[in-house]
Design a protein around this ligand. Structure first.
Ligand SMILES: Cc1cc2nc3c(=O)[nH]c(=O)nc-3n(C[C@H](O)[C@H](O)[C@H](O)COP(=O)(O)OP(=O)(O)OC[C@H]3O[C@@H](n4cnc5c(N)ncnc54)[C@H](O)[C@@H]3O)c2cc1C
Length: 396
């Protein structure tokens, strides 16, 4: 869709300019007639208010777009690294990317951006990449959105992948949206499932919508690459194949000097729990009743040999525990070996963050609580009796 302006009909009344929510329309100084700029989203608000029908939405030539899309092949994963360490989400995306690339019959490539990070290529091959595109540049030593987006966009324009996946981390979320704008593609953020329609070569991108009350499957039929960010812990990495190799393509780019310079990096999370990476999690919901009652959960976590404490949003919103512990749609996505939910009802916004756990144990006094729908083991009972009994049994 694109906005078309018939300047012969335009009277320069300005009604459309006042209506545009994106500031995409302006009146020319010489005759007051309207110009449109690149901020236009073709929302159509101006079309409705134009009294003389000078504005229309033109349907794009889809056959030309389809022909253009045919030039794009291959599936890419952004290989996120921090301080030279590949992040787990990269390996998880390579795992799912391998499955999707095999279904489509295309190569799986990883894109590695950074400075002096060439050595990470081997691990990317071992975890499923056929190719690694490397941009090694001093401007990429510390992450800032501008040069990362510039490098990724340059690679996309040159090599034309049909799909590009990145972790929905602060880095992935931070620069991939810029890439989408720069290469004129769409982006589905925070996906919780990915699949492909092999016949139409579409990436099926599923994510919670309308406050998490529905799971929407989003497709991007016209523009390439199809781009998605995926939360950490949604997918499992493949087992590495030691010695597996592939093709490393180093791209020398002339990146602009970044406007933002990183002077110092401080790890504000070092004293905080890492719920997202924990193997065992004991989570408390509203049923826990008070902040001091989290002590019961901590005892159980301790008896399990140091489990992390999770929380539902209700517990966080009540101020019983910090938001670092929150699991769910607006909290962390977790994939522990054992997830013990105590006094959590199991609303969809909580489930999307933990239903991939290996084993889910739910303790709830309501036998109809939705959490029992995803639990492998359900204990109907009062957590104030069940949790201490479990702790005692484990200690014994
Ligand atoms: C946009 C959006 C994003 C959201 N994001 C998140 C998110 O990231 N994470 C999240 O968790 N929620 C999220 N929510 C909120 C979510 O919809 C629920 O409100 C929330 O998960 C409920 O938390 P809860 O299960 O602790 O509380 P409740 O739904 O009130 O459930 C409490 C449960 O405790 C049980 N119980 C009470 N006393 C006991 C007892 N003594 N022993 C055993 N069981 C007991 C009750 O039977 C009940 O099932 C979001 C909502 C929206 C709209």
């Amino acid at each position: 869709m694109a906005l078309k302006i018939d300047l012969d009909l335009c009277t320069g009344c300005g009604a459309c300019v006042a209506t545009c929510p994106f500031g995409a329309l302006s009146q020319r100084a010489e005759d007051g007639k309207v110009d449109v700029n690149e901020a236009c989203t073709a929302c159509g608000a101006c079309v409705d208010v134009c009294p003389v029908g000078a504005l229309t939405l033109e349907v794009a030539d889809r056959s030309a777009m389809a022909a253009e899309a045919e030039q794009y092949r291959g599936l890419w994963v952004y290989a996120e690294q921090r301080a030279g360490q590949l992040q787990d989400v990269t390996l998880e995306l390579l795992g799912q990317g391998r499955t999707l690339a095999d279904k489509l019959g295309v190569e799986l490539s990883a894109v590695l951006l950074g400075h002096q990070v060439r050595g990470l290529g081997d691990k990317l091959f071992e975890y499923g990449a056929d190719k690694v595109y490397l941009v090694d540049h001093p401007a990429l030593e510390n992450y800032t959105a501008e040069p990362y987006a510039e490098a990724m966009s340059a690679l996309v324009r040159k090599y034309k992948p049909e799909a590009l996946l990145a972790g929905a981390t602060s880095i992935g979320r931070g620069f991939i949206a810029r890439v989408a704008i720069q290469v004129n593609a769409g982006l589905t953020a925070d996906c919780t499932e990915l699949d492909v329609d092999v016949e139409k070569r579409l990436l099926l991108q599923t994510r919670p919508a309308f406050g998490g009350n529905i799971m929407a499957c989003i497709v991007c039929p016209d523009h390439r690459p199809q781009m998605a960010t995926v939360r950490p812990k949604v997918f499992a990495p493949l087992a590495p194949v030691p010695g597996r190799t592939g093709e490393l393509i180093e791209e020398a780019l002339n990146l602009k000097d970044p406007v933002v310079r990183v002077l110092e990096t401080v790890n504000a999370m070092q004293n905080e729990v890492n719920v997202a990476g924990a193997e065992f999690i004991v989570t408390g919901g509203r049923g826990v009743g008070a902040p001091e009652n989290f002590k019961l959960l901590e005892d159980l976590a301790d008896a399990l040999g140091g489990a992390a404490i999770g929380a539902s949003r209700a517990a966080v919103d009540a101020g019983w525990i910090s938001s670092f512990h929150q699991v769910g749609q607006t909290g962390k996505t977790v994939r522990p070996k054992i997830y013990i939910a105590c006094g959590v009802s199991g609303q969809i916004q909580h489930l999307v963050g933990m239903s991939s756990s290996d084993t889910i144990i739910a303790i709830n006094k309501d036998p109809d609580a939705p959490i029992f729908g995803v639990a492998d083991i359900g204990i109907v009972g009062d957590l104030f009796q069940v949790v201490p009994a479990l702790t005692k049994a484990l200690r014994r």
